[in-house]
Design a protein around this ligand. Sequence first.
Ligand SMILES: Nc1ncnc2c1ncn2[C@@H]1O[C@H](COP(=O)(O)OP(=O)(O)O)[C@@H](O)[C@H]1O
Ligand SMILES: [Mg+2]
Length: 285
Amino acid sequence: MAINFEQVNFSYGQGKLAQPVLKDISASMPSGEITAIVGQTGSGKSTLVQHINGLLKPDSGRVVINDFVLTSQTKEKDLVKLRAQVGMVFQFPENQLFAETVLADVAYGPVNFGMGKEAAQAAAKKALQTVGIPEDIWDKSPFALSGGQMRRVAIAGVLATDPEIVVMDEPVAGLDPKGQADLLNLIENLKGQGKTIVLITHQMEQVAALADWVVVLHHGEVAAAENPLALFNRPLDWYQEVGIDLPRPAQFAEDLHQGGWPLGQRPLTVKALASQINQEVWGDE
Ligand SMILES: Nc1ncnc2c1ncn2[C@@H]1O[C@H](COP(=O)(O)OP(=O)(O)O)[C@@H](O)[C@H]1O
Ligand SMILES: [Mg+2]
């Protein structure tokens, strides 16, 4: 089971005004793993992930999400089955908080999915625990929280329906370093629970540290689909072309390499860089 895009084309607008945004996209996002979607602003990342819960449908080609097949012909009423499996965290999800209390806000999703009030509250409490929101603020207004907490409450609202696939569009954007670190931990925990994660991000350090698989979009096409180690060991001019950076440890290793240090492949993390320097430069065991 996984998510498979098969020759997907998509344009906004119709006829002469049609602007092709996804061009013959074929890519997989493996089950139970973290797939990062990267690429320049406007490359089609948000458009791509909105196909995973059927918010957008392909003009041609298909998207297979576990046992669900999404095509241009898929009926709105059939999307209910898909949406029960896919939780979508949009950019700045805290802008959609609305209820009087944190708990009521998070319970809204499960109620909407047809759960009774008590079951919905239990699901909401479990989701709040998962995202690390302490019990003493469950009865507070969501608007009284810090930015990082509001973000996590909004994410709890998506997790409360226990989706098997969680899609997040730039989930750490705008958070302070602590808020970012908490959220990255949460994403790893969700993977630990067996969920399939699709994550749009601009930060290559996150891709290097978290992702099992990476899909790079460039002008609406797949420029690469591979693991982070392969991705960050391409020829340097490739990154210029698609407009992404190397993660800092890889860039640092590259600079050392260009300065004449005998370093082999570019590492993904500071720890890997340190051990490479020990082994390859100093020859330590
Ligand atoms: N609702 C929309 N209507 C028309 N064009 C859109 C819409 N949303 C995005 N686009 C256009 O589609 C292209 C890809 O956008 P998007 O998927 O948001 O890219 P990314 O998330 O990589 O920044 C851009 O040229 C953008 O202007
Ligand atoms: Mg976007």
